[in-house]
Design a protein around this ligand. Structure first.
Ligand code: UDP
Ligand code: LCN
Length: 791
């Protein structure tokens, strides 16, 4: 990059100088990507002369942010996805050089009044040395495939001791006191090969369907225990896979073999905050898609685990515990109940464990996700105790959810002596707020990002593997930074400086997208499944008159409906959508607007942000006279109703809109599309990847509401002339979800990952004891004091 800049300075000295001058004119010391680029484009237009296509242009196209102090300009250039360079330019002389990330961050810190050249630096890089990392941006998020390839060759060819480790691994499996896979009869690899041959001779003589119980004794005497398969044919296949691996290990075969080993019998899934329940919780502040995701995930995982165990010849019921907070003042939910069976599951349960104050008293009230940091250490201890009592042993896999759950998963996995840990972020807060790191102090009273980002860094680095819903969650797009990538380096002025927090090229990242419950969210034209029994209730919701929990009605009920549903968070931008609607006569003419969000009564909300949004909604409706074309329902609907509601909107040839300023993934987008509703969704976050623009829906830019309103109005006008257009987008949406976003695909992938990372953890140094020790220190010396100060 520095070469590019130097050449640009040599060739276009005058232009570079004028550009730097333009940047310096900005009163604010920080410049975001669009500001850098817009200034350049203006200059290029003014100067002509091919400046737009010049080297300078190429450089600036990739500049993500800049900062200046009136004399010097620094630029952060993202020259490739997740690859960065930092440049320093003297405004007067145009002397330029490349600086390292630490110098770049120090420059920014000084601009917010913190001059600490020797601040504590978090740097995980030295611990990664010698550890394989992806090279190609297109491989990001496919960690397990990479690991399989890299490590299988390393393990078996370079070290020459892979087969021995594999044998030890196979002997390590037990369930309760029962030995699985291989017993003490087989001592070495040669004996294992011989035993496979003898077993094969026996199995070949039997009908394939012969159950395991009929061969158990004989195979047991050769050294084989349950776990190889439920029938003679399956046992033979599994032995064959092992024999192939011992002969010449190939990554694909290894993956297939590991997928057949009974490793996961029980699982703990952590989701401490919010109201975590099965009824009456959705739409509350903090309680949204994460709850839906986990409940659907558990149903899919339980079924997948049961199938796999049964194929492996082990008839044990898998045990899954979702662990959340017990909230005595549960406000019409079951969150005060210690144990709750998960609907649609045979044995999965929600286990609720309370938060306690410093005197050990149970804290009765709901606590916002931003305020729970002081409670988590003690919570982890109590969870450990309760989980061990429930399960009688430690779980085989611990899955964290969101920043708080991932931190507790880290503590628990560690305190239980190293259980495999998987993290799911759902939504990392850092990228949701501009400069949330640089100006952390200004917001810490309200958001406590100092605790949250510290917890994130610890949990990300402790996890054995991380599941993300999309690629962009890890590494963004060619022009935007990924959520995880944003943790690679950042300043926390006055606290610490992150020079390498996480690496998007780490093979721990895997993209496994969630789905929508197919029993609930299915296409509107699937007539035989439709819930006509709910139509009266839904008709009243949409077209009914006044009610306490609603505002507005549709004076012209024949118009199509533009529908949105979300928690009433600022970031969801529902008030923004109402404003676009209010300002677009064209859109008002084309459609009625239906909003399901929050509550219409401010007194019913205990959340500051939601209260403010409620006030804004009322004033927008009032000031713009929207009460006869917009209906706002402040209701909490169960999913049977929401499922049928999407379809009823589709019956009226309507559309769904997700106008968020940023949406990490966006389950409503998948639900609406699964129902066959044409969907307009934000281009910031997951929807950019879910929706293929113009094929299965449309992208909108929430920062350009006028354009979004035009796009929607145009769509409805075109559909009025050409109904096939609506059908085409609707069909495209359904096809997209069926191909990419299903829980069945999710569960298969998740279980495969759990086994493979568990195996690698066992046979290699993946455990990374050094990293764990470093993180432990960071936890005790940074996180704990911050959390304790909050209390
Ligand atoms: N939801 C709901 N009622 C509401 C608001 C949301 O049932 O009033 C459901 C919605 O159907 C979806 C989830 O909550 O399943 C929201 O998930 P999403 O990923 O869209 O957003 P999040 O709330 O997690 O940010
Ligand atoms: C949290 C969010 O903000 C959404 O974007 C996701 O869809 C949801 O969690 C489920 O992962």
């Amino acid at each position: 990059m520095i070469k590019l800049l130097e050449t640009a300075i040599d060739e276009q000295r005058e232009s570079v100088s004028r550009l730097v001058e333009r940047y310096m004119r900005s009163e604010r010391p920080f410049l975001v990507r669009s500001e850098l680029w817009d200034e350049f484009r203006e200059l290029a237009e003014a100067e002509g002369d091919g400046l737009g296509d010049s080297k300078l242009g190429r450089l600036l196209y990739n500049a993500q942010e800049g900062a200046h102090d009136g004399k010097t300009l620094v630029l952060a250039v993202r020259y490739q996805i997740a690859r960065w360079a930092y440049l320093w330019i003297d405004a007067a002389t145009l002397e330029a050089r490349e600086i390292d990330v630490s110098q770049y961050l120090q420059f920014k810190e000084r601009l917010v009044g913190v001059d600490q050249p020797h601040a504590l630096e978090l740097d995980i890089e030295p611990f990664m040395r010698g550890f394989p990392r992806l090279q190609e941006t297109r491989s990001i998020g496919r960690g397990v495939e990479f690991l399989n390839r890299r490590l299988s060759s390393q393990l078996f060819f370079e070290l020459g001791k892979g087969d021995r480790k594999l044998l030890e691994f196979l002997k390590a499996h037990t369930v309760g006191k029962r030995q699985l896979m291989i017993n003490g009869e087989i001592q070495g690899v040669q004996e294992l090969r011989a035993a496979i041959r003898t077993a094969n001779e026996l199995l070949e003589r039997l009908p394939g369907q012969t159950p395991w119980s009929e061969v158990e004794r004989e195979l047991g005497s050769m050294g084989f225990e349950p776990g190889w398969g439920d029938t003679a044919a399956r046992v033979q296949e599994t032995l064959q896979l092992l024999s192939d691996i011992l002969e010449a290990p190939a990554p694909g075969v290894l993956e297939q073999f590991l997928a057949r080993i009974p490793m996961i019998f029980s699982m703990a899934i952590l989701s401490p905050h919010g109201y975590f329940g099965q009824e009456n919780v959705l739409g509350r502040p903090d309680t949204g898609g994460q709850v839906v995701y986990i409940l659907d995930q558990v149903r899919a995982l339980e079924a997948e685990m049961r199938n796999r165990l049964s194929e492996q010849g082990i008839n044990i019921e898998p045990r899954i515990y979702i662990i959340t907070r017990l909230i005595p003042e549960s406000d019409g939910t079951l969150c005060h109940q210690r144990i709750e069976q998960v609907k649609g599951c045979k044995s999965a349960k929600i286990l609720r464990v309370p938060f306690r104050d410093q005197h050990g008293e149970v804290i009765p009230q709901w606590i916002s996700r931003f305020e729970i940091w002081p409670h988590l250490d003690r919570f982890a201890d109590e969870v450990q105790h309760e989980l061990l009592t429930e399960l009688g042993t430690r779980p085989d896999l611990i899955v964290g959810n969101y920043s708080d759950g991932n931190l507790v998963a880290t503590l628990l996995a560690d305190r239980l002596g190293g259980v495999t840990q998987c993290n799911i972020a759902h939504a990392l807060e850092k990228t949701k707020y501009l400069y949330s790191d640089l100006y952390w102090r200004d917001n810490d009273e309200q958001y406590h990002f100092s605790c949250q980002f510290t917890a994130d860094l610890i949990a990300m680095n402790a996890a054995d593997f991380i599941i993300t819903s999309t690629y962009q969650e890890i590494a963004g797009t060619s022009y935007s930074v990924g959520q995880y990538e944003a943790y690679e380096s950042f300043p926390m002025p006055g606290l610490y400086r992150v020079v390498q927090g996480i690496d998007a090229f780490d093979p721990k990242f895997n993209i496994v997208s969630p789905g929508a419950d197919a029993d609930i969210y299915f296409p509107y034209n699937q007539k035989e499944w439709r819930r006509t029994d709910l139509h009266e209730e839904i008709g009243a919701l949409i077209f009914g008159g006044e009610r306490e929990d609603a505002r507005g009605h549709f004076a012209d009920p024949d118009k199509p409906i533009l529908f949105t549903m979300a928690r009433l968070d600022r970031i969801k931008n529902i008030t923004g959508l109402v404003e676009w609607y209010a300002e677009s006569e064209r859109l008002q003419k084309a459609v009625n607007l239906l909003v399901v969000a929050g509550s219409v009564n401010e007194e019913h909300s205990g959340d500051r942000e939601e209260q403010e949004q409620i006030r804004t909604m009322h004033s927008l409706m009032h000031e713009n006279g929207l009460d006869d074309k917009m209906r706002w329902l402040g209701v909490r609907l169960n999913k049977e109703i929401t499922g049928e509601l999407y379809r009823c909107v589709a019956d009226h040839r309507g559309a769904f809109v997700q106008p968020a300023l940023f949406e990490a993934f966006g389950l409503t987008v998948v639900e609406a599309m699964a129902s066959g509703l044409p969907t307009f969704a934000t281009r910031y976050g997951g929807p950019l990847e879910i929706v293929q623009n113009g094929v299965s829906g449309f992208h909108i830019d929430p920062n350009h509401g006028d354009q979004a309103a035009e796009l929607m109005a145009e769509f409805f006008e075109r559909c009025a002339r050409d109904p096939d257009h609506w059908n085409a987008i609707s069909d495209g949406a359904v096809a997209r979800v069926q191909a990419r976003y299903t829980w069945k695909l999710y569960a298969e992938r998740m279980m495969t990952l759990s086994r493979i990372y568990g195996f690698w953890r066992h046979v290699t140094d993946l455990e990374r004891a050094e990293t764990r020790r470093y993180l432990e220190m960071f936890y005790k010396l940074q996180y704990k004091p911050l959390a304790e100060a909050m209390a």
